[in-house]
Design a protein around this ligand. Structure first.
Ligand code: AMP
Length: 189
């Protein structure tokens, strides 16, 4: 009898754990922060509209992850003068704040749709950091967008989505950008 009670308690707890969906979101390569990339914005909208039933949104948790590549282009702070270590700290801080503005847009959408969410920023190489975070957090599903590059473009430019599919050991959902929304240069997003 006692054994059965423990078992049913465990089952109830299991049922209560939210389904965790991690979505990797990037900034627009054309407009910069705080604008999201076309592919990650469409991946997010698709997930919210098609994957999470309206009747049980509280059973889900969206985990929004953004990776900042340190000094990606080195242009933002070209005209600044650095004299102390603190100046460099300030630079990092400013960049982080830009990233937070990107995430704020997604969090607002989650709040409006009443889907619980968490978001955070990591710094490093995009593909590797996403895989590391998947290992650390153990979501039930990873969602990434995709620019839908051709095989030759993939060879030269590289793709985040393909890397994730190959390297994480949880289900990965890749949501392709609508071709009609692709910019002239397909590597832009
Ligand atoms: P792909 O076109 O295969 O390179 O994949 C693009 C997708 O990779 C985007 O829609 C995001 O889901 C993810 N991604 C790219 N850059 C980042 C980033 N800096 N932080 C988080 N996710 C990213």
């Amino acid at each position: 009898m006692c054994f059965r009670m423990e078992e049913s308690e465990a089952t109830v707890q299991e049922q209560r754990a939210p389904i965790k969906i991690m979505i990797a979101v990037s900034k627009s390569t054309l407009k910069g922060y705080p604008h999201p990339s076309i592919s990650s914005s469409q991946a997010f909208d698709w997930t919210l509209q098609k994957l999470i039933p309206q009747s049980c949104r509280e059973d889900y948790q969206l985990l929004l992850l953004h990776i900042q590549v340190p000094d990606e282009d080195g242009l933002d702070d070209m005209d600044s003068i650095y004299a102390t270590a603190n100046d460099f700290k300030d630079m990092k801080q400013k960049e982080k704040i830009r990233g937070l503005h990107l995430l704020k847009e997604f969090v607002n959408k989650c709040n409006l749709a009443q889907v619980p969410c968490k978001c955070w920023i990591k710094e490093g190489a995009v593909k590797e950091e996403i895989c590391k975070e998947v290992k650390r957090v153990h979501p039930d599903l990873l969602v990434v967008g995709s620019r839908g590059l051709s095989s030759i473009q993939r060879m030269f430019i590289g793709t985040v989505s393909e890397h994730c599919v190959k390297h994480v050991d949880i289900p990965v959902l890749v949501i392709k950008r609508r071709p009609e929304d692709a910019p002239d240069d397909p590597s832009d997003d």
